[in-house]
Design a protein around this ligand. Structure first.
Ligand code: 4AD
Ligand code: MG
Length: 431
């Protein structure tokens, strides 16, 4: 008898197979038991009919408790009522370990309770679906960048520099030196782009940000592409093609998961390049027309502002050319204006906020030196970075996409805490 996983069942119709599984849930009457089985690769219903199974097997099935681990044998049959399309006619059950009093029951639990049991909550159907979508986004990311000639590069996590400002750094001792957990790999990716042309990174980043919103994590994962000889307009094209590729890949490869999450896929089907572009100036004017009198030219947008702008579009929207005063030191000034920089934030539809921050980078040595001084950064920590604009400087651009916000948007889950296996939040390091 063949041992298979649930996702392989379509290839074994009519065969009797063996599987390792957990009991996710169970329904039974005097004559029939329905076992909801899961093995990580999927969920399937096992059917035990008393008349066919016999007293002993039926009693075993009826006595199974939630999250008991077992080996099950049975025949794979077609089940047109379920979206998976198959079920298992159970012929044998071998309990590995009975689970007693599993804390997460099919009833409603509060968020804090679920977060305290994240190590178990991950087993639930909804969390399973979100993790599969996260994996598909990662897969499609590597596919997109490798298809387009990018090379994967891994920047360090322990660093001495801080690309995105010094206020949100996690500090640690590095023997006798001070070090920080990386808030962005960008500066290292710029060095890598000068060596390898087009590069991308994917790794954890850290922000000691005291924000407690549905969009903020303390530890989150970022994809950071960096491209030599690429100016800002061309970088925007890469961004929109990348995001469209990721969304279309999820639509194609995660149908069951999107259905389980109740995601309105018609909204995702529309996500194709190009995306609309609006200047920061026009965005401010738009907000004033919409009655937001709490924001002035020069201010950064808050979540309500971003959502109001995004609501006018079905597609993600680029907000371009922000005031120089609210953006990091490395951004290239606009060629015709000294008050804005060549950058864009990409705002996701449906209120999910900024998913990408990107810009053209300064490549003029004197200007970069001046900007580092103006931002009062520790010059000695940036010596190596300055040398990039000293030796063979070229125009270059890049961006960072926040994985968890992207997963939240595509999955349609409200809060980023459900988009990463073990979220680190303000006041949460457990489990
Ligand atoms: O806009 P940010 O801060 O940009 C950078 O770090 C650049 N150095 C990237 C680059 O050009 N290479 O962050 C980029 C993205 C944001 O658009 C957002 O999606 C995500 O990272 N992000 C967060 N996600 C979750 N929690 C947080 N606290 C986040 N902060 C940023
Ligand atoms: Mg940003």
């Amino acid at each position: 008898m063949k041992t298979i996983m649930i996702h392989e069942m379509p290839d074994h119709e009519g065969e009797t197979v063996r599987m390792g599984a957990w009991l996710a849930n169970k329904r039974s009457s005097g004559k029939i038991a329905f076992l909801q089985l899961r093995d990580g690769s999927g969920f399937v219903q096992g059917v035990v009919v008393k008349e066919d199974a016999g007293e002993e097997l039926f009693a075993t099935a009826k006595g199974l408790t939630q999250e008991t681990s077992l080996y099950v044998t049975g025949e794979v049959t077609v089940d047109e009522r379920s979206s998976f399309g198959y079920e298992l006619q159970v012929k044998g059950i071998e309990v590995i370990k009975a689970a007693e009093d599993y804390p997460i029951t099919p009833k409603e639990h509060g968020t804090e309770f679920l977060m305290d049991h994240r190590h178990l909550w991950l087993r639930s159907r909804k969390q399973h679906a979100v993790m599969k979508i996260r994996d598909e986004i990662i897969r499609a990311t590597y596919e997109f960048f490798h298809m387009n000639g990018f090379i994967k590069i891994d920047p360090p996590i322990l660093t001495g520099s801080s690309p995105e400002g010094t206020s949100e750094l996690f500090h640690t001792k590095y023997f006798d030196e001070d070090a920080y957990l990386s808030q962005s790999g960008q500066l290292y990716m710029e060095a890598a782009a000068m060596a390898l042309g087009k590069v991308f990174s994917f790794g954890p980043t850290f922000r000691a940000e005291k924000s407690k919103t549905r969009r903020h994590l303390i530890e989150f994962w970022m994809i950071e592409p960096e491209m030599a000889f690429v100016e800002h307009a061309q970088s925007l094209e890469v961004q929109e093609q990348y995001v469209a590729h990721v969304v279309q890949s999820v639509l194609q490869n995660c149908k069951l998961e999107l259905e389980r999450l109740g995601r309105d896929t018609s909204k995702l089907e529309k996500i194709q390049a190009p995306f609309p572009r609006i200047s920061y100036d026009d965005a401010i004017e738009f907000l004033h027309k919409e009655g937001f009198d709490d924001i002035q030219w020069g201010d950064d947008f808050g979540a309500p502002h971003e959502s109001a702008i995004a609501e006018s579009y079905d597609l993600p929207v680029f907000i371009m050319n922000y005031p120089i005063g609210i953006k990091p030191f490395y951004m290239q000034p606009h060629p015709d204006r000294d008050d804005v920089v060549l950058c864009a934030d990409l705002i996701a539809p449906e209120g999910y906020g900024e998913i990408i921050g990107g810009s053209e980078r300064i490549h003029d040595y004197e200007l970069m030196k001046q900007r580092i001084e103006e931002h009062q950064l520790d010059a000695s920590a940036y010596e190596w970075y300055l040398e990039l604009s000293k030796y063979g400087a070229v125009p270059h651009s890049g961006f960072g996409l926040g994985l968890e916000r992207t997963v939240a948007w595509i999955s349609g889950v409200e809060h980023v805490r459900e988009t990463i296996p073990f979220p680190r939040l303000l006041n949460r390091l457990y489990p």
